[in-house]
Design a binder for this molecule. Structure first.
Ligand code: ZN
Ligand code: CU
Length: 484
């Protein structure tokens, strides 16, 4: 009997996510899975899509996000990602996760990146997972548990110091419980006050929970500037001590005096990698974004304001212009804007390209979905890599670009049957036009959707259609390490 599918995508240029060369063919989907790949001329389907001249790839896996809350607020909230072809997001990064801690008052920065106290209602990862199951996201969610969230839960308001052994043991037990309830790893943000007060030994004590659960350790390192090499060593040391793989978050060489040092950092990562599994993600921009920290404002690093609660009229303005207008220093202006978020032009484009080109890199947006004037990576990260860096600058092939946002990410995080096109894999798919795909979001117009992304499917359901937007589908699931 001839094969009958729910969906057949015909005559596509298939880039399967493994990094191997493209091939022309058809892909059949039934339920949430890919059931056939090749010449499906004899098969039929309820819906057929002719994709001549278009690329069919696995849906992109955003290796680094702060979408903990965005995945809870429906398809419109995830439009920024689905319109880029993203089908899975890794949440809970940089030490910041929405569980397991409740807040009675506004959380301290950078926890407030995820919202005010009304969002901090999850005592356990199990509660968070139950909410996701009850009220599903359109995209798949893979979750890290954040060190800062654990610290506030264990230490309350008294976090400007190292944890005691007892507190570290408490955090370790909470982390173990979260991992048992479906979280996949542990993230730190040792760069940020007050987490920077945590010595390496505290992190190792908490990370111990990963060993038994087989979790992964992910870090926004203590220093991405002058001491970036020490920080790489510290990060890999922690993973080695816990016996688990390591991901360095949004790898960069920050601040003008460190421009060019990615030759040193990449060489060190390769040396450490010879003995311990370490990978890294990167976003394709020479500016970063986080909460505004007045003590770290520098005259030689331009800053744009992403949000400010007391001065929303300044969102999208340069801090230097605001300081001039207020007739004060940039630092003083920054103080007056708090609480606030910032976009910092602190990297060298050559380092960004060198890091992106390295075979160990994965693409992660680090987009901040609740900023009112966000960094453009939130809407443009993946199409920028496909269009600008792969097609236009020829930094790497389209197959390599896709691999860095699909199969490689699934392999590093241990997502089974995702990030590849083959029979039996989940039907997380994207069709894009390789000749027109490009990011439109920029530092002046940060929320413009990309061009050339035509349709995105998640677990077999159409989730985004170009020109129409997000569909009502909410087919996303919780994805855990070692499982789909
Ligand atoms: Zn970070
Ligand atoms: Cu981040």
């Amino acid at each position: 009997m001839a094969l009958r599918c729910d969906l057949i995508i015909r005559d596509a240029t298939i880039i399967d996510g493994t990094g191997t060369a493209r091939m022309r063919g058809d892909v059949g989907v039934t339920g949430d899975r890919i059931v056939a790949v090749g010449d499906l001329g004899a098969a039929s389907a309820d819906r057929e899509v002719i994709a001549t001249g278009k690329v069919l790839a696995p849906g992109f896996i955003d290796a680094h996000t702060h979408d903990d809350r965005a995945v809870l607020c429906g398809p419109e909230c995830m439009l920024c990602k689905m319109s880029q072809g993203v089908t899975t997001v890794v949440v809970g990064n940089c030490g910041i996760s929405l569980s397991p801690v409740r807040m009675k008052t506004r959380p301290i920065p950078p926890l407030d990146l995820l919202g005010d106290e009304s969002w901090w209602t999850f005592d356990s990862f199990g509660d968070y997972a139950a909410r996701l199951a009850r009220d599903p996201s359109p995209v798949n969610t893979y979750a890290m548990i954040g060190h800062m969230s654990l610290r506030v839960e264990a230490m309350g308001g008294d976090v400007n110091r190292a944890a005691t052994d007892r507190e570290a043991a408490h955090m370790r037990d909470r982390l173990a419980a979260c991992l048992a309830e479906g979280a996949s790893g542990f993230s730190t943000g040792l760069y940020y006050p007050p987490n920077m007060e945590a010595p390496t030994s505290e992190v190792i004590a908490v990370a111990e929970a990963l060993r038994k659960a087989g979790g992964i350790y992910v870090s926004h390192m203590r220093d991405e500037a002058a001491y970036v090499l020490d920080s790489i060593n510290e990060t890999v040391d922690i993973g080695e001590a816990a016996g688990v793989p390591v991901v360095i978050s949004h790898h960069k060489c920050s601040m003008p005096e460190n421009f060019g040092r990615s030759t040193e950092t990449l060489a060190l990562i390769e040396r450490r990698r010879a003995h311990h599994k370490v990978d890294f993600d990167v976003y394709p921009y020479y500016a970063g974004s986080t909460v505004l920290m007045p003590s770290r404002v520098r005259e030689d690093v331009p800053v744009k304001i992403a949000w400010s609660n007391p001065h929303p009229e300044m969102e999208g303005s340069w801090l230097a212009d605001i300081a001039r207008q207020w007739n004060t220093s940039q630092r003083e202006a920054a103080e007056r804007l708090l609480p606030a978020g910032a976009i910092l032009f602190q990297m060298d484009e050559k380092d960004v390209q060198r890091i992106m080109q390295h075979p160990l890199s994965m693409i992660g947006s680090d987009g901040l979905p609740h900023d009112r004037f966000p960094h453009p990576r939130l809407w443009g990260c993946f199409p920028k890599v496909l269009g600008h860096y792969s097609r236009d600058l020829k930094l790497f092939s389209l197959e390599t670009a896709v691999h860095k946002m699909t199969g490689r990410v699934a392999e590093v995080f241990g997502m089974v049957d995702r990030g590849v096109i083959r029979p039996g894999a989940y039907a997380d798919l994207v069709i894009f036009d390789p000749t027109t795909v490009r990011d439109r979001a920029d530092f002046d117009h940060p929320t413009l959707p990309a061009d050339g992304i035509e349709e995105t499917w998640i677990n077999g359901q159409s989730a985004y259609i170009h020109g129409q937007g997000a569909t009502p589908a909410r087919a996303g699931r919780l994805v855990t390490r070692g499982a789909g």
